[in-house]
Design a protein around this ligand. Structure first.
Ligand SMILES: C[S@@+](CC[C@H](N)C(=O)[O-])C[C@H]1O[C@@H](n2cnc3c(N)ncnc32)[C@H](O)[C@@H]1O
Length: 243
């Protein structure tokens, strides 16, 4: 049986998705609160940068994958207007339910679909833009998911991946201390769940760095990839263009 990683643990490939599902079923109800606590609100700036860089205009079709509680989908829906189409999607029903309810509370009736990024149920070249924020590192077969994103992106369109990445060397000690000491403690205090936040820290360490991810995106068929490092490389935005 092929193995993969779930945080620092080696698990059977067939088990990773259900273990990741367990994490997100557990954190869904406190996800937004924890995001603000853990990042000191910085995730809002990282997402705002992503929305700006997307350069979206009215009438475009967008798929937000691993969209969770809907931050990107909601902001993007404002840009495409009534003639556009933004889909909020996620593999996890608990996260998607929180996201859908939040969109409704904000007066937004976007289509919401439960889907696995490794098998996207849309025709090829359907979307002007595909986005994934903080989702890719949780996927079992990242190459397959990236290939699927490339397939559903139309020629002339792009896929944007916002994800934790590798910070510059000088930040590493404090980042490690924060990730492995503070995050699980915060998870325990706020969400009564230290283990999920230990997984968060470990999954970030196992995720490919900026250059490796860029190459992976080129390898699945994108023609050009721009990388924007944010907060000293703690987060990176990969913008992959399909010609
Ligand atoms: C950290 S949350 C990110 C949520 C949101 N995009 C954000 O930035 O706040 C990661 C999400 O990835 C989703 N996910 C994990 N594996 C997935 C897959 N194979 N396909 C689609 N979504 C997946 C999880 O269910 C979870 O909602």
């Amino acid at each position: 049986m092929a193995k993969t990683h779930f945080g620092f643990q080696q698990v059977d490939e067939t088990e990773k998705a259900s273990q990741v599902a367990g994490v997100f079923h557990s954190v869904a109800s406190k996800y937004d609160l924890m995001n603000d606590f853990m990042s000191f609100g910085l995730h809002r700036i990282w997402k705002a940068f992503t929305i700006g860089a997307a350069n979206v205009f009215a009438g475009q079709r967008i798929l937000d994958i691993a969209g969770g509680t809907g931050d990107l989908a909601f902001a993007l829906s404002k840009k495409v207007g009534l003639t556009g189409e933004v889909w909020l999607s996620d593999i996890n029903s608990s996260m998607l339910t929180v996201g859908r309810d939040r969109l409704i509370d904000q007066g937004s009736l976007l289509p919401c679909v439960q889907l696995d990024a490794e098998n996207i149920p849309f025709p090829g070249s359907y979307f002007d833009l595909v986005t994934v924020s903080f989702g890719l590192r949780n996927m079992t077969h990242k190459e397959i998911a990236l290939k699927e994103m490339c397939r559903v992106t139309r020629p002339g369109g792009k896929t944007m991946i916002l994800e934790f990445s590798k910070p510059v060397q000088i930040l590493q000690p404090i980042y490690d201390w924060y990730s492995f000491k503070v995050l699980p403690w915060l998870g325990k205090q706020v969400a009564q769940d230290a283990a999920s936040y230990q997984y968060l820290a470990e999954s970030i360490r196992m995720h490919p760095d900026q250059e490796v991810l860029k190459q992976m995106m080129l390898d699945v068929g994108f023609d050009q990839v721009e990388v924007h490092r944010m907060s000293g490389g703690i987060v990176a935005l990969h913008m992959a263009y399909k010609y």
